[in-house]
Design a protein around this ligand. Structure first.
Ligand code: NAP
Ligand code: ZN
Ligand code: ZN
Length: 348
């Protein structure tokens, strides 16, 4: 089995460190990818710190992967050595359940195999993209359009699809009034994508510190949630509120900003249960919903959409030894707007 360099969490509390991991041999349906760039998603931090439950250590995270094909199995069709490809949050699914058959592997009823911290078919724990190489089944490999810059495309593979999928599902378009709560990795892409879909976009951020950026990304309005007046001013306003916040929010205050038949979609994933008064849902026949990443088909569609509309993540490129500090900055909401690891630095 090939041994490759990686950057792993040794425990829930220790800093991540350089190490090596084993990858499987490239099987007949597999693609071996040399990883060039890996985005840092807040989910990586939730996972390594055990926020969502116990984890087997050492654990390599990273599910926003951009790289190039260096080897293909004998049955692989459609990918060739040298192709620029991406991998997101999933590397397999059961392929048999109702949802998989409907092309929605992200909702696989048996639980899809996630790119990291998931039990793989051979019983091993999957290891993510903070490493030099990964072996992935061809059906879970994405094509990166030429128009998207290599060093900043990776965040589309999670942050991009996680926001594109609900915006598309709830049919956001010209005339839609959309609010994006939290302007971090997911949030800044939600603003760009919703604006490109033709919506009128409002950002709800903790402060006005990033207002100029929000307007530049395509929002027409920007409000601070630290100001109670925001919630009064915007009562009964939005068709869709996309909540990307990684911490618990007072849901009722946000739900009251939905107009008739409006929906609040939660993609932020705090571990705690969130209370909500059902009476808030009765008013304006409101809906509270969730959404999990997106299917492989939808991810490819999102990449083409971003290429066509010139949507590129705002990134800060770091060396692998900067990951621990980047984690601290993400936790302080001090990210503009996604850290991307230059995997070349793992070879030093
Ligand atoms: P991020 O870059 O840290 O962005 C989260 C933003 O939320 C921050 O930039 C901040 O925005 C706001 N925020 C943070 N703490 C807050 C608090 N205590 N109160 C109010 N606002 C706060 O994180 P991300 O990578 O975008 O991920 C966001 C969440 O989505 C995470 O929980 C992640 O696990 C989850 N996620 C879910 C899916 C899915 O499939 N559903 C996929 C990917 C990620 P402002 O500075 O603008 O206030
Ligand atoms: Zn993610
Ligand atoms: Zn399935």
């Amino acid at each position: 089995m090939p041994t490759v360099a990686a950057y792993a969490a040794p425990s829930a509390t220790d800093p991540l460190i350089r190490t090596t991991i084993e990858r499987r041999e490239t099987g007949p349906r597999d693609v071996l990818i040399a990883i060039r760039y890996a985005g840092i998603c807040h989910s990586d931090i939730h996972t390594v710190r055990g926020d969502w439950g116990p984890v087997t250590y050492p654990q390599v995270v990273g599910h926003e992967i951009a790289g190039e094909v260096v080897e293909v199995g004998s049955e692989v069709a459609g990918f060739a050595v040298g192709d620029r490809v991406g991998v997101g949050c999933m590397v397999n699914s059961c392929r048999e359940c109702e949802n998989c058959r409907a092309g929605m592997e992200n909702y696989c009823l048996k639980g899809n195999t996630q790119t990291y911290a998931s039990v793989d078919r051979d019983g091993t724990i999957t290891q993510g993209g903070y490493s030099t190489h990964v072996v992935v089944d061809q059906d879970f490999v994405l094509r990166i359009p030429e128009a998207l810059p290599y060093e900043s495309v990776a965040p589309l593979l999670c942050a991009g699809i996680t926001t594109y999928s609900p915006l598309a599902h709830w049919k956001v378009g010209p005339g839609s009034k959309v609010a994006v709560v939290g302007m971090g990795g997911l949030g800044h892409l939600a603003v760009k994508i919703a604006a490109a879909m033709g919506a009128e976009v409002t950002v709800l951020s903790q402060t006005l510190a990033k207002q100029e950026d929000g307007l530049r990304f395509g929002a027409s309005r920007y409000f601070a949630t630290s100001d109670d007046a925001t919630f009064r001013t915007l009562a009964n306003t939005f068709d869709l509120i996309l909540n990307t916040v990684s911490a618990p929010l007072k849901l009722d205050s946000y739900l009251r900003m939905l107009r008739l038949d409006g929906t609040m979609v939660n993609v932020g994933a705090p571990p705690e249960p969130l209370p909500l008064r059902v009476f808030t849902l009765f008013g304006n026949r409101r809906t509270f919903a969730g959404s999990s990443i997106g299917s492989i088909g939808e991810t490819q569609e999102m990449l083409e959409f971003c290429a066509a509309h010139g949507i590129v993540p705002e990134t800060e490129l770091i060396g692998v030894d900067g990951v621990n500090e980047a984690y601290e900055r993400v936790l302080r909401s001090d990210v503009r707007y996604r850290f991307v690891i230059d995997i070349e630095t793992l070879k030093d």
